[in-house]
Design a protein around this ligand. Structure first.
Ligand SMILES: Cc1cc2nc3c(=O)[nH]c(=O)nc-3n(C[C@H](O)[C@H](O)[C@H](O)COP(=O)(O)O)c2cc1C
Length: 341
């Protein structure tokens, strides 16, 4: 069994959640540069019938080529999704050989297609299979420097098997567990049940990282208080407000909310970097997607969202974002330049 002690990990940590189609390496890099985030997790690599070639691993995580860190130096964990213990174990070893320091197993994805192929949250109905998967991957990593972690929801339709799944992950040999405090059936509907996290933390030998519905410094404080978990993973809240982890770590209640200009400036740096290798169509759809997620946060950005929503070209979008980013903002000075180096 790999060591369960994590003496070299500083507490409390904030993690940027894995989000397929949203948190790519450019987003990880930029949010890492702003500050406050201690580690990120890649989008999942889907393990189906055969061992994927190295290029698929590098596509999921270009950071493998730089010691599994963003260029801002933030550790990146490599996530796998699948249901075949032996095949997942082969992918875990390969990820470690290619440079992953942490391999994470996804037991939380609610997507229909993924669940139909027996990956993600559907596995929460079969704790024995979860145990076999975790054990096979932990064993596979035993002779590598990499360690294994897992991410799960409270259950599939209900919480009936929650302790069985917790035990399967603990006893299988994972070193840490992120729990998204909702069942698969609850999707992303608020609230997240942070009080469940307290029960799981008490019953777990390995550290439990709390996840779900943290959008503000106040949510972060309450989530820690209710769950008792020192470490928190944040997904949509950090996309809606990329300065959130920075503000949490600063612990200064006088810090204001970001402005529309602060958010426009984040998008501009990200999109200008992507412009070096991505087509205009991608830039336009990514810009609209990110703004749509920012609109769900606490910063009022409706005028900017409405202006970008109707843009037909990346050029117009860049013009609008540039003009907006020149307005008043407190946090945009934290941003790096958009050079692609
Ligand atoms: C668009 C989207 C994509 C996601 N992709 C993944 C994924 O690839 N792997 C994973 O473990 N969780 C994934 N999740 C779940 C998030 O990591 C996180 O658990 C969830 O959003 C709850 O946290 P939040 O309330 O802070 O957003 C995804 C969530 C969203 C909204």
């Amino acid at each position: 069994m790999p060591s369960l002690t994590l003496t070299n990990i500083p507490y409390p940590r904030i993690a940027l959640a894995p989000m397929e189609g949203v948190v790519d390496s450019g987003v990880r890099r930029l949010i890492g540069e702003i500050g406050g985030v201690d580690f990120c997790v890649t989008e999942f690599l889907r393990v189906t019938t055969e061992l994927q070639p190295s290029k698929t691993f590098y596509k999921v995580s270009p950071e493998l080529l730089q010691h599994s860190k963003t260029s801002s130096g933030i550790p990146v964990h490599f996530q796998l999704l699948g249901s075949d213990p032996q095949l997942l174990a082969r992918h875990a070893i390969k990820a470690a050989q290619l440079g992953a320091n942490v391999v994470d197993l996804n037991f939380g994805c609610p997507a229909k297609l993924v669940n139909r192929h027996k990956g993600g949250a559907v596995l929460l109905q079969t704790p024995e299979l979860i145990h076999n998967i975790v054990q096979a991957c932990a064993q596979a990593l035993i002779d590598t420097p990499a360690r294994l972690t897992a991410k799960m929801r409270l259950g599939y339709e209900d919480t009936e098997l929650i302790y069985e799944n917790l035990a399967a992950i603990n006893e299988g040999g994972a070193t840490e567990l992120v729990v998204h405090a909702r069942t698969k059936t609850e999707g992303y509907k608020p609230p997240a049940h942070w009080s469940w996290l307290a029960k799981l933390r008490e019953a777990s030998r390995i550290p439990v990282i709390a996840n779900g519905e943290v959008w503000s410094v106040e949510d972060y404080d309450r989530c820690r208080e209710v769950s008792g978990c020192p470490d928190i993973m944040i997904g949509r809240g950090l996309i809606a407000d990329p300065y959130l982890a920075y503000r949490i770590k600063k612990q200064d209640p006088t810090l204001p909310l970001p402005t529309q200009a602060d958010l426009a400036a984040v998008l501009l740096v990200y999109l200008k970097r992507e412009q070096a290798h991505a087509p205009d169509k991608f830039l336009l759809s990514r810009g609209k997607q990110w703004l749509g997620m920012m609109r769900k946060g606490l910063v009022p950005i409706t005028p900017l969202f409405d202006a970008i929503k109707v843009c037909q070209s990346a050029e117009t979008m860049f013009d609008i974002l540039t003009a907006c980013s020149l307005q008043e903002g407190f946090y945009k000075a934290l941003l790096p330049s958009s050079d692609t180096e």
